[in-house]
Design a protein around this ligand. Sequence first.
Ligand code: SF4
Ligand code: SF4
Length: 358
Amino acid sequence: MTDYLQLAQEIKAWGREAGFADLRITDVDLRHVEAGFEAWLAAGYHGEMAYMAAHGNKRSRPDELVPGTIRVISVRMNYLPENIPDDWRRIEQQHAADTAVISIYARGRDYHKVLRSRLQQLAERIQARIGDFGYRVFTDSAPVMEVALAEKAGLGWKGKHTLLLNREAGSMFFLGEILVDIPLPVDAPMRNHCGQCTSCIEVCPTKAIIAPYEVDARRCISYLTIELHGAIPVELRPLIGNRVYGCDDCQLFCPWNKFAQRASVDDFDVRNGLDSASMISLFAWTEAEFLRNLEGSPIRRIGHERWLRNLAVGLGNAALSLHGDAGLVGALNQRLDHSSAMVREHVQWALAQHGISA
Ligand code: SF4
Ligand code: SF4
């Protein structure tokens, strides 16, 4: 007969050995978040992310997504690069106008691969201990409400910016799950420690956090630069600044991120100098160079066309402090005849910011 209390302790130890900073267990009852999520969808805040609405109640009912599931093993993995300076939050708030600002999580290897393989190994280790059991691993997967599950498992609390955060580790971590059919003991949730703070709401460049715990994704720079396939709405372009892939602002200014921790794996170390690359150099990459340089990176998913679209917006916004700069204008001119109408339109917009009509 399996001692599930003992097994849960073993799984937690194996999780640490697999590089996860924390691992906790919850049940599958997320009814308390269903109404809020449905209202969020009904308001259209998910924008073009049709996959958010595609799974019906399966998102909040893991036992309908994977029949037989009774527990969720929820993990978190820190992702700050090992060699990031101690004053990284200050540095990240002060990038030069012509530097490409890329979300910290995306500067190294694709976390989906890193987490999925480690979750799979963990599941196999459980299997070696107890024999066959039902499970499925997820990380950042559409049909799973990761933050709600992690919050219920006690990995942290959902902050007003809607990300999970933790008193010992801030919010600079990835989440992943194993849905299992074994009756492990569940862990207790953690108390919310946002208190009266509203920093994330105030600093959001596009005012995407429309109320505490509510983000209109259509305004969020992460959505606009990663999820959105078409043109970036003109009225939002000036607010994006030089953030060309994702946005960390609501996390950079969150007081709890002074406790953010570095990764215990080297997968998230910066590649291609993506912590301080100039927009001009990245804008010059051919499609072949984009694909080669970003092999294994999450950025590759958006493709070269959207990469150029985002960089064009950044190069246009650099006009605020580098108006008419010959290097920026020259780079934009190089892309005026790009085969994509979307890229051309964004380049024309960018040149117009520099006072040049193309
Ligand atoms: S990621 Fe950026 S744009 Fe999105 S909510 Fe946070 S601060 Fe606002
Ligand atoms: S910035 Fe303040 S309100 Fe926002 S998540 Fe952090 S603690 Fe909560």
